[in-house]
Design a binder for this molecule. Structure first.
Ligand code: AHR
Length: 521
């Protein structure tokens, strides 16, 4: 058994937990929309064609903000195609994913779905093939109340009240050569800033997300952010960061340390934001929008799945990157979410990419069932129970060496404080050994365990176990009784290769209660 110590300091607050950290993403790609959230004729479909079984899982997942409609898709998208009478909407070649787009689902349908699901829409404008005019028109159509041609068109199309969309992405992954309308940092920065300015003149209440780097290995990473920010330091509210992780060449130890990679990536972008704001003497706040993150077996997609897809015919909603997630993937997704929380002082929002079928926590089959992938569970439990504030915690633990990130502690941990409760998110990165963790909460003795769930290798399974249509609950988070409490502290024994959430009752002792406006004696 390996050993670790975790000391939590509830009085040292990193940041309150924002619901925006639990966003997700629906792109017009593969089967995310068609036969994902929308399938008229499905046994569970409502009168508008939305699958109720998927809707229920979306609610259970606890997703808050959904980015739409792309992704690479948005860089070739004409938003006007997707509004008005469905029968009159054009069918188009969708070049980003080599598909046919019928536009049967568009802005109105998606906004209706979002309302039913209880989520906020985060809309992206096309800065690949299009520019200021089209972005401004889309915003006016969406958010202007009435008495202009575009707002009246929206009303004629059945939506009297404005959609009131607050969050707007200025294009997508414009640093990537794969992107339709790929640009240099200067070209993009200028276009995004000028577009953003006009958008804010139309609706000053919106928040704008500039496109940052597609991943930390991009050759332009760093200079891209600096240049883009210099163009729009006065207008951007967030800059995006995209991050996908996968296990390569069987290097599971590096894969399990992906959160370390994400921590470093986020802190580097935060430094660039800080330095650029300082250089301009700006007192604005620009957050990091991690608006695409997940585990994605990208090597397999690029080498095996993509060539035939792009060489083949043009089809409606083909199956694209329907990765089936394992226990190991779920543990990594849990730890990536922990990284987002740990950096909640600079991460303003985040979107698990994506929501349904396309590298997604929820899977559905046409005419068939919907089910939870392994990765669904750490996300849903974190979204539900990560309340209050992220607080400082210190890990002392045995380490293991990784090829990608050097020596990393076996224990990955994040602590949250909410009144008299402390929530711990814990990952044991060892694939072979259980990890005993001695937990101390400073100024708040542990009184009892309120809740505990662990997701790990199931009995009789392996780290490759997954959930599937035929066995949707093969991997579930369970109460394994891993926590014991005594003498005001807790002892947690984490199984090898596992993610856990533990909620503890930790009544604060009077000497540490801080009353605003009084000295803390
Ligand atoms: O989420 C899948 C794709 O990954 C998105 O379309 C793109 O933005 C990213 O490269």
């Amino acid at each position: 058994m390996a050993h670790a110590r975790l000391t939590v300091t509830p009085s040292d607050i990193i940041a309150p937990v924002s619901p925006r950290l639990f966003g997700s993403f629906v792109e017009h790609m593969g089967r995310a929309v068609y036969t994902g959230i929308y399938e008229p004729g499905h046994a569970t479909a409502d009168e508008r064609g939305f699958r109720r079984d998927v809707l229920e899982l979306v609610r259970e997942l606890g997703a808050t903000v959904i980015r739409y409609p792309g992704g690479n898709f948005v860089s070739g998208f004409r938003w006007e195609d997707s509004v008005g009478p469905v029968a009159e909407r054009p069918t188009r070649l969708e070049v980003a994913w080599h598909s046919i787009e019928t536009n049967e689902v568009g802005l109105h349908e998606f906004a209706d779905w979002a309302e039913t699901a209880g989520v906020e829409v985060m809309n992206a404008v096309n800065l690949g093939t299009r520019g200021i005019e089209e972005a401004a028109s889309l915003l006016e159509y969406s958010n202007h109340p009435e008495n202009t041609a575009l707002s009246e068109l929206r009303r004629a199309n059945g939506r009297d009240e404005p959609f009131g969309i607050t969050l707007w992405c200025l294009g997508n992954e414009m640093d990537g050569p794969w992107q339709i309308g790929h640009k240099t940092a200067d070209e993009y920065g200028r276009l995004a800033a000028e577009t953003g300015r006009v958008m804010k003149w139309i609706d000053p209440g919106i928040e704008l997300v500039a496109a940052g780097s597609s991943n930390a290995d991009m050759p332009t990473f760093g200079t891209w952010e600096k240049t883009v920010l210099e163009h729009g330091i006065d207008v951007f509210d967030h800059i995006s960061l995209h991050a996908y992780y996968e296990e390569t060449n069987g290097d599971v130890d590096s894969f399990l340390a992906s959160g370390v990679g994400l921590d470093r990536y986020i802190r580097r972008v935060a430094d660039i934001i800080r330095e650029t704001l300082d250089a301009y003497g700006s007192d604005r706040t620009i957050g990091i929008s991690v608006d695409e993150w997940n585990v994605w077996n990208q090597t397999r997609f690029n080498e095996i799945d993509k060539p035939p897809l792009f060489a083949g015919g043009w089809n409606e909603h083909p199956r694209i990157i329907e990765d089936e997630y394992t226990v190991t993937d779920a543990v990594v997704v849990g730890s990536l979410l922990m990284s987002l929380l740990r950096n909640a002082d600079v991460v303003s929002m985040a979107n698990l990419a994506q929501l349904v079928n396309v590298i997604a926590p929820i899977r559905s089959e046409p005419d068939g069932p919907a089910w939870r992938q392994t990765t669904f569970h750490p996300f849903a439990l974190t979204a539900r129970f990560a309340q209050g504030s992220v607080v400082r915690s210190t890990v002392e633990a045995d380490e293991q060496s990784t090829a990608d990130y050097g020596a990393v502690p076996l224990l990955d941990a994040v602590a949250l404080a909410d009144g008299d409760e402390t929530t711990l998110l814990l990952v044991n990165r060892s694939t072979t050994e259980a990890l005993e963790v001695a937990v101390d909460v400073e100024g708040a003795p542990v009184a009892s365990v309120l809740h505990q769930r662990t997701l790990g290798v199931p009995d009789g399974g392996s780290r490759h176990s997954s959930n599937s249509q035929s066995d949707p609950d093969a991997v579930l988070p369970l109460d394994l009784g891993i926590v014991t409490v005594g003498n005001g502290a807790a002892r947690v024994v984490l199984p090898a290769l596992s993610w856990s959430i533990v909620r503890l009752a930790t009544p604060r002792t009077t000497s540490t209660i801080t009353t605003p406006g009084t000295d803390n004696v």
